[in-house]
Design a protein around this ligand. Structure first.
Ligand code: ZN
Length: 186
């Protein structure tokens, strides 16, 4: 991994190629460079925060602020693998403090609800089933099964496991709706 050429401190995550030279940036230095070019004020807000989920468990999120010519994209990704992910976007004239507050609210709202009930039979068998006739999650690529997986309630389910849970509704209709991480599904 290359180091950021600007601060010589953080790992670089962005490479800009100008003419024949390559410039390496960490996210922070890149945002500052972008702010200079766009002529806007930019001050980093937060790196991480924690919230309590629906079961009283503490969930830790890492925040990544992206500044690009069209505006902001700010993402909160749960530190653990296959966890929650929430994002908001905003235009350049918007206050970043407001966007961070919006993101935190979205995270709090998102983790306060759950869609799958986990219970165990007396013989120890663990059963996962839908609490209501609705499920909200995120689709990801499952390297282990080389296919799709779904993250629901900050937990990973294989496509097969999801299918088995849905079999409770055999014969019912199904509606699939997608939206990017900044969107809202009611
Ligand atoms: Zn840097």
């Amino acid at each position: 991994m290359e180091k950021c050429n600007q601060c010589n401190e953080h790992e670089a995550s962005i490479v800009l190629t100008t003419n024949s030279a390559k410039e390496y940036f960490c996210r922070s230095c890149y945002n500052h460079r972008m702010a200079d070019e766009l002529g806007i004020e930019y001050k980093e807000q937060i790196n991480s925060f924690s919230v309590m989920d629906h079961s009283g468990e503490k969930r830790h999120f890492e925040v990544e602020e992206h500044l690009h010519p069209e505006g902001f994209y700010i993402e909160a990704r749960e530190s653990q693998q296959d966890g929650y992910l929430f994002a908001v976007d905003g235009e350049l004239h918007e206050k970043i403090e407001r966007l961070i507050a919006k993101l935190k609210n979205k995270v709090k709202r998102g983790v306060s609800q759950s869609f799958i009930q986990v219970s165990s039979f007396p013989n120890g068998e663990i059963v996962h089933r839908l609490k209501r006739d609705q499920l909200l999650g995120r689709i990801e690529y499952d390297e282990e099964h080389t296919g799709p997986k779904v993250i629901v309630d900050g937990r990973r389910y294989s496509w097969e496991e999801l299918g088995r849970m849905l079999l409770t509704y055999e014969g019912f209709q199904i509606k699939i709706e997608t939206t990017d991480p900044t969107g809202e599904i009611e």
